[in-house]
Design a protein around this ligand. Structure first.
Ligand code: PLP
Length: 366
């Protein structure tokens, strides 16, 4: 990324030598991202990250559908465990656009979308179905390959969007997200830079831009390109694709050691989701009778960084809509924390966590 933040500083839309060099780097990054996610280069829209990609998917489809349907019904269906970057735009689009409505599709107790309940919501009025490839809180992988044919059969006018932000380091998107019309990714979940991402817009999927300006990205996203960010996204995808198989096994083994060790050492702790449906790096545990905010602070003091829910800008820990949708009782959800493991995680980290978690939980319970 460094040369594109320094020496090659041209505006990728210009026509002088510096601009051409920047454009060449941008287009090489686009080719690389396209090949790694199983799309054509023209189907990649670079964005400022996962939030913008999700917003473009939801607002873009909702706006185009509202225009085409001239006020008659356009329903946005999203799974109840989507990230706020999907649920928020669904709510706002329904409030702002005539005829647009938003419904949530439930999940089962394992945190996996209930296909029968989804089928009941599908009809020709549905304009968008958004089901994430894997959940960010509990890590459950969703059966997208079963969702897509269901949508095609029962809601033929619907665009299928998948938020693959969390899944991208672990699943090969070229196959796992192959059926979706729109796919969101974010570089920082792959070890790339923060503030860079992309939306894959397949074939002739119709969506209105939300950023209108200089006509960049084939009029789908105006604004001067972040060339270094695009280069960083492509490099991060390439590295994670090359190391995926090995890293998945290594990280899953560390996660299993952590989860098994804590479950064996601490009474009244449950895993939020069944590990067979969960990404390798997720270890989400519910400590009954413990306040998660207090546990996060205590573990932080002991040098173990964990998350007590989805992070939001305020840093506040809000009640988890994901655990709520899974039917986890409030007293159990209140003690839910996530240990996230990734390519920097080591066996020593796991041993450190195993050494401090039982004591921290016992202290809080006492
Ligand atoms: N979608 C999911 C599933 C996420 O986990 C995140 C970030 O945590 C986002 C979207 C937002 O992505 P970004 O942080 O790149 O805006």
């Amino acid at each position: 990324m460094a040369p594109f933040a320094r020496e090659v500083f041209g505006h990728a839309s210009g026509s002088h030598r510096q601009a051409r060099a920047a454009r060449q780097a941008l287009e090489e990054a686009r080719d690389q991202v396209a090949a790694l996610v199983g799309a054509a280069p023209g189907e990649i829209v670079f964005t400022s990250g996962g939030t913008e990609a999700d917003n473009l998917a939801v607002f873009g489809v909702a706006s185009a559908a509202a225009r085409a349907r001239e006020g008659s019904a356009a329903v946005l269906v999203a799974s109840a465990i989507e990230h706020e970057a999907v649920l928020g735009p669904c709510r706002v689009a329904a409030a702002r656009l005539a005829g647009v409505d938003h419904v949530r599709a439930g999940v089962d107790a394992a945190g996996v979308i209930d296909l029968d309940r989804l089928a009941e919501l599908l009809d020709p009025d549905v304009a968008l179905v958004s089901v994430m490839l894997a959940n960010n809180e509990v890590g459950t992988v969703q059966p997208l390959t079963a969702v897509v044919p269901l949508v095609r059969a029962l809601a033929p006018a619907a665009v299928v969007h998948t938020d693959a932000v969390q899944a991208a380091p672990w699943l090969e998107l070229a196959t796992a997200a192959a059926g979706a019309d729109l796919v969101s990714i974010s570089a920082h979940k792959l070890g790339g830079p923060k503030g860079a991402g992309a939306l894959v817009v397949r074939g002739d999927t119709v969506l209105d831009p939300i950023l209108v300006g200089g006509g960049q990205e084939r009029d789908r996203r105006g604004g001067t390109h972040d060339v270094a960010g695009a280069v960083g996204l492509a490099a991060a995808l390439a590295v994670s694709a090359a190391e995926r198989e090995e890293e998945s096994l290594r990280v899953a083994a560390l996660r299993d050691r952590l989860a098994d060790g804590i479950v064996a050492a601490v009474p009244s702790v449950t895993e939020a989701a069944d590990r067979k449906h969960v990404l390798p790096g997720h270890c989400h545990l519910c400590f009954e009778g413990v306040d998660r905010q207090e546990l996060v602070l205590l573990l932080d003091e002991a040098g173990v960084c964990v998350s007590g829910g989805a992070a939001c800008a305020s840093g506040a820990l809000e009640a988890s809509h994901v655990l709520c949708a899974m039917g986890v009782p409030a007293n159990v959800a209140n003690g839910a924390i996530r240990f996230s493991l990734g390519y920097t995680s080591s066996a020593a980290d796991v041993e450190r966590a195993l050494a401090v978690v039982p004591e921290a939980v016992a202290r809080l319970r006492a």
